[in-house]
Design a binder for this molecule. Sequence first.
Ligand SMILES: CSCCC(=O)C(=O)COP(=O)(O)O
Ligand SMILES: [Zn+2]
Length: 253
Amino acid sequence: MATTVDPQQATENNHHLVKSDDSKHPANLIPALCRKFWTLGWVSGTGGGASIRDNDLVYLAPSGVSKELMEPSNIYVLSMSAQRDPKKRIYLRSPPHLKPSQCTPLFMAAFTKRNASCCIHTHSQWAVLVTLLLESQSPSSRLFEINNIEQIKGFGKGFGKQGNLGYHDTLRIPVIENTPHEEDLTEYLEEAMEQYPDTYAVLVRRHGVYVWGDTVDKAKAQAESLDYLFQLAVQMRKLGLPWVSNIEQVGPS
Ligand SMILES: CSCCC(=O)C(=O)COP(=O)(O)O
Ligand SMILES: [Zn+2]
């Protein structure tokens, strides 16, 4: 997709960047995904959201709006290659009377450090409950771990690796502490990415989860698989069942 803009379009705030009849265009897809996520309780009360990268262009939601009511014309667009200072973002399109999502630097971390094409942030209660159950862990082991559950196969093996995890593999999701301002989470999210290079998600204590993927479909599938596993983990804990078990592998995986 071209990032050069003719002066006439620029005076119209580059509306053409968010206008398309294609339902898969990021400016159409972000509102559609957020409507679905709202029904799951992932983006209630303006929290959470999603961002999509199409080559050099990044599409973002506005801050503090009902994410399920967004329209394509509300979407921000920036060019990754045009960014010089993360504290002074340059937008190709800025909808009037709105501010870009506070999650922008976290979404950008997934795009720049993991070459992701989509990043989803949920405030799912299942994610929050899992972080509460893990709260007693020592600071050096802030990690959600689960294995021997079929849905683990919904995850890629890791950044730059081919294929998905197997049933017997252990899925590991790091947990970072919440901060008063969403953007201040960025350095801790990036640290967690360094420490767990294969992870496709980072939990935020008492807040939610960030999940990304190489494609929009993969990010969505991983976010759904993770929410399933968080919900299951909460129920397992109530029944006194362990999240990690050493069931022996029998035959080919
Ligand atoms: C009740 S939402 C608080 C902010 C937050 O955690 C979030 O995910 C939403 O941020 P945005 O700027 O995208 O509205
Ligand atoms: Zn949030």
